[in-house]
Design a binder for this molecule. Structure first.
Ligand code: ATP
Ligand code: MG
Length: 774
C-alpha cells in the first residue's frame, strides 16, 4: 500500500479507495472530510486518472490552493497543474470565459462585485423615478440575488403570480421591472454579477447540450467540499455535470450548514441518495483537531438541535483545558481581555500570533477588538469586512483597468469618467445614460459616436468626453505589449489618480496614495508569480479575474504572523490552536433576526458549533453586559448558548465580586455614562488596585445608584444565590414568572430547577440565569 494512504484511518481510507460511482461522506467537524477529499484526488491520479478530468469545488480558493499543494507533494507538481480546483465562482467564471460567447457575453466580461451591483440598481431606481425610501437599493439587490440563486429569471418572475403579488403587497410593484432593467444593463455592459456566474453556467449547460457533453466528458470525476452549503443553482450545475459518469464525491456536515440565508439548501445532502443510484455512504467519527473538552462541549450543543442527522464524534486527543467563559461590563473591556489573554498565552505557551483567531457574529464587532490589539502592539488581520479591493482609491484604479479590458463596463465608466475631475458633470452623464438606453448601446459606444448623435451637450464638454475615450484607447494599445504592472503604473500616473490623492495632502489622502502603491506592488508580485506558470501571461485580464473573485482569505499567504479576526461564517473549514468567540450575548448571537422560527435558531446554533469546533487547544467565550448597538448603550444578556454547553466542560473566569464591578465601572466611564465625581467617592483609599478590592456595603449602594442596569440585582448572582430557596417565586426576563422546585450544585455549578407559569420546567445555571427573586 502506498505510504500516503497510511496517513488515514480505516474509516477515512474507505471513501478514498471507493471505486467509481457516487459517494457521500457525512461527518462532524474536524473528522478529516477535507483530508479525505484531498487524498481521494491524489489516489485517483495515482490510479491513472488524468488530472485534466478532475474537478474539485471548495469553499475558498485558499482551501483549493492548500489542497493542491498537498496533492502535489503526493502526486508530483507537474500533474496537479491541470486540476480544475477552486470555488464554484472561480471555476465557473473560467468556464464562462471559454463558452459564455454562446450566451452573447464577450470572453473579457467584467465581474461586478456587490458594490457595483448595488450602484447600478440605485442608478436604475433613480432613472425610473421611484421613491428610494420604498425601493431600497440594498434590499432590492438582495432580492434579485436570491431570485437568481433559485434560478428565477426575469421571465420566470413575471410568470409567477405569487412572487409578483408578494412584491406588490410589499409596496414594490415595480421590482420586476428593476430586475429586468438590471439584467439588460449588465448584459449591455458585458458584465456578470456573482450570481450570474452560476445562473449563466446553468443556462449554458441547459441550452447547449454540446457544451454540456463537452464538460461532462472533461470532468469525469467531480468532488465537492462543504456540500451542506451548496445552493440550488450550484446543486443543478453539479448534477448536470456529473450526470453522465456519476463519479461524484461530496463531503459535508449537516451540523455545519450556515448559509441558508444565502440560499444554501440542506436538502441537497438529504436528497443525495435519491438523486443518484448506488450511493456509497461513509461516516467518519474520530476528530483529530480538538481536545476532548472541545469536542464534547460541541457535541453537547449540537445535540439541542432537533433537526439533524445522527452522528458520533469522539477524539483520542488530550482532555485539554475547559472552555473559558469571560464576562465583562463593556465591549471595550471585552477587547482588552482578549488582547491581554492573547498576550499572556503567547508569552507563556510560546505561541505565534497566527495561532490565535478571534471570531464574531457580525463584522462591526471587530472595532473594539482591533483597538485593544493595537494598544498591545499585537499584529492582526481582518478578513472580510471592507476588503482592500473595495476601498475607494483601489476601486478607482481598478475601474480604469477594467475599462481597458472591457470599455462597455458601465459601472467602471461611471466611476472614473469624471474622476479625477475633468469637467464632465452629472447632467452630461445622465444624458449619456439616456442615449445609451435608447440605442441599446453602452455609454462608451455612445461617446465614441458622439459626433453622429444629436445630444444636447456643449462642444467643450464633447471634447472632454472624446479626450477620455482617446485616453482609454491609448491604454488599450499599450496593453497589447505590456505586462499588468507596467500598464497599471502608467495608468495611475497618466490619469492623474496618484497626483489627485497626493495633492489632497490630508493624512487620508496620503493613506490612499500608499494604498495605490500597495496595489501596484501586489500587481508586480502577481505578474512575477504568473510568469512561472506555463499557461499564464501575467497580462491585465488575468489579474482582474484574480481580483474580482479574491476574498481576503485568498490573499493570505501565511508569511506574516498575525492574529486572525473574522466572522464565524468565514471561519468555516479553518482551524486555530486558540479561538476566542466574542459577543456571546442574546440578540447578537443568536442574532435578533434569527429568533422567529426554530429553524432560524437552529442555524444560529450550528453557527456556534462551527465556531467552537475551529479550536484545537483552547476555546474562550466572552460576553459583555453592556454593548453599543445601533448607536445606543444597551443592556445585554448572556447568550442562551452559554447555558447550553454541558457545564462540566466550561470554566467561568470572571468572579462575581463587586471589586471587579467597580473596576468595570471605570471602564464604563469611557462612555460618559458614569458620573466621575461619584466614582471618586467610592474609590478605595488605601491604594489597593480596584480589581482586587471588594467595596463595602456603603460603596456598593453608591455603585448601584450610579447606573442601575450595571448592578441590578437580576444580574448579581451573589444576591440571587443567597436569596433563592425551594419554593421561591422568581421572575426570568425571558421565561417569565415561576417557582423554584429544586436547587442543586455549588459555587459556579449551582443550578435551580424552575417551573414557569407558562408551563415549562427548566434547569438554569444560576451564574447566567437572569432571575429576580420576587
Ligand atoms: P471541518 O468540518 O471543520 O471542515 P474536516 O472534517 O474537513 O473539518 P479536516 O480539516 O480534514 O476535517 O481535518 C481536521 C484536522 O485533522 C486537520 O488538521 C487534519 O490534517 C487532521 N487529520 C485528519 N485526519 C487525520 C489523520 N488520519 N491523522 C492525522 N491527522 C488527521
Ligand atoms: Mg473541511
Amino acid at each position: 500500500m502506498s505510504s500516503f494512504l497510511d496517513e488515514l484511518n480505516d474509516a477515512q481510507r474507505d471513501p478514498v479507495l471507493h471505486k467509481d460511482g457516487p459517494l457521500m461522506v457525512i461527518a462532524g467537524a474536524g473528522s478529516g472530510k477535507t483530508r479525505v477529499l484531498t487524498y481521494r484526488i491524489a489516489h485517483l491520479m495515482e490510479q491513472g486518472v488524468d488530472s485534466f478530468n478532475i474537478l474539485a469545488l471548495t469553499f475558498t480558493n485558499k482551501a483549493a490552493r492548500e489542497m493542491k499543494k498537498r496533492i502535489a507533494l503526493i502526486a508530483g507538481s507537474s500533474e496537479t497543474k491541470n486540476l480544475w480546483m477552486g470555488t464554484f465562482h472561480s471555476v465557473f467564471a473560467k468556464l464562462l470565459r471559454f463558452d459564455g460567447d454562446k450566451l452573447g457575453f464577450p470572453s473579457n466580461f467584467t465581474i461586478y462585485d456587490t458594490q457595483d451591483s448595488q450602484r447600478l440598481i440605485a442608478s436604475i431606481i433613480k432613472e425610473m423615478g421611484l421613491d428610494k425610501d420604498i425601493y431600497k437599493y440594498k434590499q432590492i439587490q438582495n432580492r434579485i440575488s436570491s431570485y437568481k440563486n433559485s434560478l428565477i429569471t426575469v421571465k420566470a418572475y413575471f410568470q409567477n403570480p405569487e412572487l409578483v403579488e408578494a412584491d406588490a403587497m410589499a409596496k414594490r410593484p415595480r421590482l420586476g421591472e428593476i430586475y429586468q432593467n438590471y439584467v439588460d444593463r449588465c448584459f449591455k455592459a458585458g458584465a456578470m454579477d456573482f450570481d450570474d456566474l452560476l445562473l449563466r453556467t446553468n443556462e449554458l449547460l441547459t441550452r447547449f447540450p454540446e457544451v454540456l457533453m463537452k464538460y461532462q466528458d472533461r470532468f469525469r470525476y467531480i468532488l465537492v467540499d462543504e456540500y451542506q452549503d451548496t445552493n440550488h443553482s450550484q446543486y443543478l450545475i453539479v448534477k448536470a455535470l456529473s450526470d453522465r459518469y456519476q463519479n461524484i464525491c461530496v463531503v459535508g456536515d449537516d451540523a455545519q450548514s450556515i448559509y441558508s440565508f444565502r440560499g444554501a439548501n440542506i436538502n441537497n445532502i438529504l436528497n443525495f441518495q435519491k438523486d443518484y443510484d448506488n450511493v456509497g455512504m461513509y461516516r467518519l467519527e474520530q476528530n483529530y483537531r480538538s481536545t476532548k473538552n472541545i469536542v464534547n462541549a460541541a457535541n453537547s450543543i449540537i445535540a439541542k438541535n432537533k433537526n439533524q442527522l445522527e452522528k458520533v464524534v469522539w477524539t483520542s486527543n488530550d482532555e485539554g483545558n475547559k472552555i473559558k467563559i469571560h464576562r465583562s461590563i463593556t465591549d471595550a473591556e471585552e477587547g482588552r481581555y482578549v488582547a491581554s489573554s492573547i498576550f499572556e498565552n503567547k508569552m507563556q505557551q510560546q505561541m505565534q500570533n497566527g495561532e490565535f483567531a478571534v471570531l464574531y457574529r457580525t463584522n462591526s464587532q471587530s472595532r473594539a477588538i482591533e483597538d485593544a490589539l493595537r494598544k498591545r502592539d499585537i499584529p492582526y488581520r481582518i478578513y472580510g469586512g471592507l476588503s482592500f479591493y473595495q476601498r475607494k482609491e483601489i476601486k478607482d484604479v481598478l475601474a480604469y483597468l477594467r475599462m481597458i479590458i472591457n470599455p462597455k463596463d458601465e459601472e467602471a465608466l461611471k466611476r472614473v469618467i469624471n474622476f479625477p475631475a475633468r469637467g464632465i458633470g452629472q447632467t452630461t452623464i445622465d444624458k449619456l445614460i439616456v442615449a445609451a438606453n435608447h440605442y441599446g448601446r453602452s455609454i462608451f459606444e455612445v461617446i465614441e459616436h458622439l459626433k453622429k448623435l444629436d445630444l444636447k451637450i456643449n462642444t467643450g464638454t464633447k471634447r472632454k468626453l472624446e479626450d477620455f475615450v482617446t485616453m482609454i484607447k491609448s491604454f488599450q494599445i499599450m496593453n497589447e505589449g505590456s505586462d499588468a504592472f507596467t500598464l497599471a503604473e502608467h495608468v495611475a500616473k497618466k490619469t492623474g489618480l496618484l497626483l489627485e490623492f497626493k495633492k489632497d495632502g490630508t493624512p487620508e489622502g496620503i493613506a490612499r496614495m500608499e494604498n495605490i502603491e500597495e496595489l501596484l506592488n501586489g500587481i508586480k508580485d502577481f505578474v512575477e508569480g504568473q510568469k512561472e506558470l506555463a499557461d499564464a501571461t501575467g497580462g491585465l485580464s488575468e489579474f482582474l479575474e484574480d481580483v474580482a473573485l479574491a476574498t481576503d482569505l485568498d490573499k493570505d499567504t501565511g508569511d506574516d504572523d498575525r492574529v486572525a479576526l473574522m466572522t464565524i461564517h468565514l471561519a468555516k473549514g479553518l482551524e486555530f490552536p486558540y479561538v476566542y468567540v466574542v459577543g456571546m450575548e442574546e440578540d447578537l448571537f443568536p442574532s435578533a433576526m434569527s429568533m422567529n422560527t426554530r429553524s432560524e435558531l437552529e442555524e444560529e446554533r450550528r453557527l456556534f458549533y462551527v465556531a467552537l469546533t475551529r479550536a484545537e487547544k483552547q476555546a474562550f467565550l466572552t460576553y459583555t453586559q453592556n454593548r453599543y448597538r445601533w448607536g445606543k448603550l444597551i443592556d445585554a444578556e448572556p447568550s442562551r448558548f452559554l447555558e447550553e454547553i454541558e457545564e462540566q466542560y466550561v470554566e467561568n473566569l470572571t468572579p462575581v465580586n463587586d471589586g471587579y464591578r467597580y473596576k468595570s465601572l471605570i471602564d464604563a466611564d469611557i462612555f460618559g455614562e458614569v458620573d466621575k465625581s461619584k466614582l471618586r467617592q467610592i474609590k478605595p483609599k488605601n491604594g489597593t488596585p480596584p480589581s482586587i478590592q471588594k467595596p463595602n456595603e456603603n460603596q456598593l449602594r453608591k455603585l448601584r445608584k450610579l447606573k442601575p442596569q450595571l448592578s441590578s440585582p437580576a444580574q448579581n448572582t451573589n444576591t440571587i444565590d443567597s436569596n433563592l430557596s425551594e419554593g421561591s417565586l422568581v421572575n426570568h426576563t425571558r421565561f417569565g414568572r415561576g417557582t423554584v422546585l429544586k436547587i442543586e450544585g455549588i459555587g459556579n455549578d449551582k443550578k435551580a430547577e424552575i417551573k414557569f407559569e407558562k408551563g415549562d420546567i427548566k434547569k438554569l445555571l444560576l451564574r447566567f440565569a437572569k432571575l429576580e427573586v420576587l
